[in-house]
Design a protein around this ligand. Structure first.
Ligand SMILES: N[C@@H](CCC(=O)N[C@@H](CS)C(=O)NCC(=O)O)C(=O)O
Length: 239
């Protein structure tokens, strides 16, 4: 078996590195697993080699025994099915609880938080006039989505009760609320869930792929500046 993850340290990349580490944490063995870091700041996603495995030219990509799979949601779904005993994509009626929240993430939270982040951090300030509409639009929608998530988490430790690929999909975008400037401090269930998910050993290891230890939870000023500069030349992080 060979399984290659082509990725980098971004919210969509973390979804898969967290999934891999949660599988390892649960005792599954992935002997042929390897990670290849794609430098999206340098445009490695646009090479012919990358485009051959993902015509959409974005990380992450999983190549399982030579078969490439693009789209973080599809990769989580695929791995959830491949390792049914991990319980990250349960069988029976609970499966559809999880899948609907997975699709809610890829269709809503990813694009909205991604665009909010992009306009907040990656569009130069001189364009302020042009920024006001998208900032209001995506800011308001991100706040609304955080309220939906808060309601769903009422009385639950995780999005669908037990930890699942729905949590794995949602966490990397929500954890960046300060960087995206989406205030969730009045969403107590979401705030507690962010802490709870972060405390899982597999999640901690998944966030550390390609990241210096001291920057897993807090970027240095240099890294922030580098991301802001690099992001300005990139397409928005649509899901
Ligand atoms: N819908 C895709 C989105 C992937 C995506 O936006 N990846 C970003 C990094 S988080 C990327 O590769 N950006 C490079 C670019 O836009 O050129 C998924 O969920 O996998």
């Amino acid at each position: 078996m060979t399984m290659e993850l082509w990725t980098t340290a971004t919210p969509n990349g973390w979804k898969i590195s967290i999934m891999i580490e949660e599988l390892l944490e649960a005792g599954f063995e992935l002997p042929g697993f390897s990670v290849r870091t794609i430098n999206i700041m340098k445009g490695e996603q646009f090479t012919a080699e990358f485009t051959a495995v993902n015509p959409n030219q974005k990380i992450p990509v999983l190549i399982d025994d030579g078969r490439p799979i693009m789209e973080s949601g599809a990769i989580l779904h695929y791995l959830g099915e491949k390792f049914p005993n991990a319980g990250l994509l349960p069988e029976g009626p609970a499966r559809w609880d999880v899948l609907q929240w997975l699709y809610w993430q890829v269709a809503n939270v990813g694009p909205v938080f991604g665009n909010k982040l992009s306009y907040t951090r990656y569009m130069p300030d001189v364009e302020d006039l042009k920024k006001s509409h998208p900032l209001e639009r995506f800011g308001k929608e991100a706040r609304r989505l955080s309220g939906v998530l808060d309601d769903q988490l009422e009385g639950r430790d995780y999005v669908c009760g037990e930890f699942s690929i729905a949590d794995i999909a949602l966490y990397p975008w929500i954890r960046g609320w300060k960087w995206s400037k989406v205030d969730i401090t009045d969403r107590p269930n979401v705030m507690a869930w962010v802490e709870r998910v972060r405390a899982r050993p597999g999640v901690g290891r998944g966030l550390a792929y390609g990241v210096p230890k001291e920057e897993v939870d807090q970027w240095s000023a240099d890294t922030k500046a580098r991301y802001a500069r690099g992001g300005a030349t990139m397409a928005s992080n649509d899901d």
